[in-house]
Design a protein around this ligand. Structure first.
Ligand SMILES: CC(C)(COP(=O)(O)OP(=O)(O)OC[C@H]1O[C@@H](n2cnc3c(N)ncnc32)[C@H](O)[C@@H]1OP(=O)(O)O)[C@@H](O)C(=O)NCCC(=O)NCCS
Length: 157
């Protein structure tokens, strides 16, 4: 079944659901407090995707990115395991890139685990390119991070 999706800014009331998804999604999840902190960070954009039904506050996925010095840095993106492979991440990333362009970003950066095939395939499909690596970036298993980069096209946004 295809459900229409909607995007909104995150608020304090979303943190519980976001944190649940975070813990289901990452071997070294952010703390609950880290999400609260992002809500108060003026550089931070914190978006929620959910089903487009009247009055729904359901959280299916989220993205957090910063825009500073004309650069977008994607810090976090996750979709609830039960809601994956329905285009939720693609929807969030599309809107995040649009908002970052609007906020003046010309390039986007992110780090991803080499073992994270789902995320790497998603980012590649948006044109992100591998431009480097950070050695032993992930503290839980000492895995390196791949650094991905995308030039944002100001003409199509
Ligand atoms: C990565 C993640 C956010 C993708 O979310 P999603 O909503 O399932 O992704 P989408 O349905 O929008 O998929 C978009 C595209 O990404 C790629 N993709 C997504 N999941 C994939 C998988 N498991 N294997 C291969 N490609 C995948 C596909 O190209 C897909 O397009 P398609 O479904 O038309 O083939 C999700 O798997 C997740 O939350 N993972 C755990 C957290 C994480 O790793 N976040 C990224 C940190 S850098």
């Amino acid at each position: 079944m295809t459900v229409r999706l909607t995007i909104r800014k995150a608020g304090l009331a979303d943190v519980k659901a976001v944190w649940e998804i975070e813990r289901l999604s990452f071997p070294a999840p952010w703390s609950r407090w880290a999400f609260v902190t992002e809500l108060g960070n003026p550089l931070s954009h914190f978006l929620i995707a959910g089903p487009q039904t009247p009055d729904s506050r359901e959280v299916w996925g989220y993205i957090i990115f910063w825009v500073a010095a004309q650069e977008m840095h994607i810090l976090n993106l996750a979709v609830h395991p039960r809601r994956r492979r329905r285009g939720v991440a693609r929807f969030l990333l599309t809107e995040a890139l649009r908002q970052a362009r609007e906020a003046g970003a010309g390039v986007a950066w992110l780090e991803v685990r080499p073992s994270n095939t789902a995320a790497r395939t998603l980012y590649e499909s948006f044109g992100f390119m591998e431009v480097g690596a950070r050695s032993k970036y992930y503290q839980d298993n000492q895995e390196d991070a791949l650094v991905l980069f995308l030039e944002l096209d100001h003409h199509d946004g």
